[in-house]
Design a binder for this molecule. Structure first.
Ligand code: NCD
Ligand code: ZN
Length: 423
């Protein structure tokens, strides 16, 4: 059996309250042993001195555009970005063409991901047929086919009765419903409602568009006992809504995206359409609230919302497609928050591995002995630039393009096998 010995890394694993310098032995596809000093003459050695060793990251929100929009990304290029970013599991969104709303599309995604064989790619199925918001999909057979979540992401589930029924089924089958919360009658424009939208004369997507659906979903989760997961939370009030319903015992979890933690709506003035994303970048006050909610546990996890688009789709601010790529830049962004003292390194791992795995009931996100060996080894200090050479996506839509980043993945190990190595 293949043996891999990761030596002298700083191990951070919140699932077993572990933080310190350890050796870690992988045997086959499992974590065999963690100890201060391990000798194993047969093992291949990875020298991790000065590096951080953590459970492979889990991303609950990526767009791999496959099937149907593979000029932006596909399951292979998406998987390469994922493992380069330290992710060993990703949940891919169903706003593909055709959408992931029937078992055969689920099977296509699973088979192709297995063929690519880099990253665990788990499909989210649509809540409604065609993501049109009118009629529930067959959530039972989608679950059987392999869906780990349901969402109409890209669009909200506007009909409250459909959402209520989806949550009822969710509580029966134990699969969470994710929601893109933006009321589409209020969110009609491209930018948040602040001074920047006014300055540029754009119609807006104000925070209340998000808050009303966030609150509605929490209320429905409270009454049905279903598990709702609020996607890409961005507002200060939204944090309070989630906190309130968690305290009341509703099964509510939520994610934030790295870009919403470090970029405010003012970035639109600098980056134009590259800073256009749904929900939009918000005010400094919102950023502040999100950051403190990371530390106090109201926010469960960080998800990238990796949303690749071609250059021609990002031409003009007013009409550009929303979204930015994010799999390779998530770690540097989160490390900048560690550097600033907003969160600890341990909290970061909790937000990127432990908690997202727990939300979808995945038996990963841990380095406990006997667990599947999904591991990220990163250098928190290494500087690099996302450019033509380092970018692994088919798309380049991010305001961070060409900028200096700090923190780089050196090895990604999935099922005990090295699937990415920094060169
Ligand atoms: C996403 C996309 O491009 O598919 N865009 C975005 O701005 N976030 C859709 C989504 O996640 O809502
Ligand atoms: Zn979304």
């Amino acid at each position: 059996m293949l043996k891999l010995l990761i030596k002298r890394g700083t191990l951070v694993d919140p699932s077993q309250d572990l933080e310190g310098v350890y050796d870690l032995l992988v045997e086959g596809n499992r974590v065999k042993k963690i100890d201060r000093e391990i000798f194993e003459p047969e093992a291949e050695i990875i020298d991790a001195e000065g590096l951080v060793v953590a459970p492979g990251f889990v991303d609950l929100h990526v767009h791999f555009r496959d099937p149907g929009q593979t000029y932006k990304e596909d399951i292979e290029t998406g998987s390469r970005c994922a493992v380069a970013g330290g992710y060993t599991t990703v949940v891919c969104m169903p706003n593909t063409d055709p959408p992931i709303d029937s078992p055969w599309v689920v099977e296509y995604v699973i088979l192709k991901a297995r063929h690519v064989n880099l990253c665990n790619v788990l499909p989210a199925g649509a809540v409604t047929k065609g993501r049109k918001g009118k009629e529930l999909t067959d959530m039972y057979s989608l679950k059987d086919a392999g869906c780990v979540a349901f969402t109409d992401d890209g669009s909200p589930v506007m009909d409250s009765e459909i959402m209520r029924r989806a949550l009822e089924i969710s509580s029966q089958i134990g699969v969470p419903v994710f929601d893109h919360c933006e009321d589409d009658r209020i969110a009609t424009g491209s930018l948040s409602s602040g001074e920047v939208a006014t300055l540029l004369g754009y119609s807006s997507r104000p925070p209340e568009a998000e808050d009303v659906l966030n609150a509605r979903d929490c209320i429905l989760a409270y009454h049905t006992g279903g598990h709702v997961h609020i996607q890409h939370l961005t507002t200060a009030l939204g944090v309070e809504i989630v906190r309130y319903f968690k305290e009341k015992g509703a099964k509510v979890t939520c994610e934030v995206n790295p870009h919403h933690l470090v970029l405010s709506e003012r970035e639109v003035l600098r980056y134009g359409s590259l800073a256009r994303v749904n929900p939009p970048l918000r005010s400094g006050e919102d950023l502040k609230a999100l950051r403190s909610a990371l530390a106090d546990g109201t926010i469960d996890c960080v998800a990238t919302d990796h949303a690749p688009h071609a250059e021609f789709e990002k031409d003009l601010l007013g009409v550009s497609m929303p979204g930015m790529i994010g799999l390779q830049t998530a770690l540097p962004i989160m490390l900048s928050l560690v550097e600033e003292g907003v969160i600890t390194l341990r909290k970061m791992v909790e937000l990127m591995s432990t908690n997202p795995a727990r939300i979808i009931g995945l038996d990963r996100g841990t380095l406990k002995e006997g667990a599947v060996a999904d591991i990220v080894v990163f250098d928190p200090k290494k500087e690099w630039v996302l450019d033509e050479e380092t970018n692994l996506s088919k798309s380049k839509n991010t305001p961070l393009w060409g900028g200096r980043l700090r923190g780089k993945v050196i090895y990604t190990i999935k099922d005990g096998r090295v699937v990415h190595k920094d060169n």
